[in-house]
Design a protein around this ligand. Sequence first.
Ligand code: PHE
Length: 465
Amino acid sequence: MEKNNSRSTFTSSLGFVFAAAGSAVGLGNIWRFPYLAAKDGGGLFLVTYVVLALTFGFALLTTEIALGRKTRQSPLTAYKQLSAKWSWIGIVACLVPAIILPYYSVIGGWILKYLAEFLTGNAASTVADGYFTGFITAQWAPIIWFAIFLLATMLVVYKGVQQGIERLSKVLMPVLLVLILCIAIFSLTLTHTDEAGVTRTGLQGLAIYLIPNFEGMTLSKFLGVLTDAMGQLFFSISVAMGIMIAYGSYVSKETNLVQSVNRIEFFDTLVAFLAGLMIIPAVYTFMGPEGMSSGPSLMFISMPKIFSAMGGIGIVVGIAFFVMVTFAALTSSVSIMEAVTSSFMDEFHLKRKTSVLLVTLGAFIMGTIVCLGYNLFYFDLTLPNGAVGQILDILDYASNNILMPLVSIATCILVGWVAKPKAIIDEITLNGERFPREKLYVVMVKYVTPIMLLFLLLQSLGIVK
Ligand code: PHE
């Protein structure tokens, strides 16, 4: 492996933590975590999520980062170093980010469009009924905004690990944290009286978020909370798509991986928690207990309405919000592109620049098709989990619900049973580092994690309810 000596590295452990946290903190933290928390009993969901992060999330993240650093390879080629028979995981693990990159960048384009509307004083237009649908079903505008977002992603990846990814994350992540903290604090100060004369406050919303709600809780409902938290965590820590393997391969052998995994998870969970603190009180104050939604309808329909209801200051809060979301999305899309780019570099011995250009071209073509999924190529398809969707939703379903659990189940079997957990443990304790949860790690990777993921997979396929 002549390339190993010249492989890029992050300049410091902190640089790595910011880059990995940048990948982990994304749209999921902002538009899904708060919704699930509000739906699944507030504090009950939060506690479940944290327990899962410390066990299930910890096992998956540790495995991928250690695998990357051990093999010094990107996902496409890393798995075959553990076992030639299991090299197919690398192919699927590289296919996942290749599928996600185009549609994630399409959504990135929608965010840029809203940011531009807020910056140019057109915030009011985004509140009109049908504005969002009008925008995404237009022929050209979504493609142009998508292309801008993809280009920005490309420029960062083109500049490489240190000059591009690490530098960007070290600036954007702290700014993101400050922004989300400020908006969250502001959210808690809100109060509003609706037409019926009912006054609601941000602090009441906070109570809904934090206080565990056991009302009507049954075992089967709790299982629902558990799978929601597990699915969310799984997506949020950016595993099962080769990203953490690629980033792990750029980490120096001196870095303490246990500490890094803890920090990445802490940052990711903190931002998700703050997103709830920002969104739940605001939605509750202006829209009431029934107003909570997730995904694009929360981000592009409810939030603009809430900013508008705040009056003049809403423009400032809206700008801060969309800047923050842009940062979250960009650091994630950069990581997705890097996973594919580095795979092509390792497998086909391409230069970074050639590889980035190829990946961007492919993503541009696929992303354009995704945009046209709301226009020229419009159709409705009912997915196995009951949701009705367009091209974007189909790609999202195929990657998140099918391929990602598959990659992680296979990774657990490979590491737990074929290569044996010792392979990972040795990498983690390379310089004699302490690995306090070693026993837990072994049990998680061999038994608990693959079984939990299998359940998630069967649920996505509509086989279990
Ligand atoms: N983990 C990111 C989130 O929570 C999303 C993401 C998905 C990042 C795919 C990279 C790749 O939103």
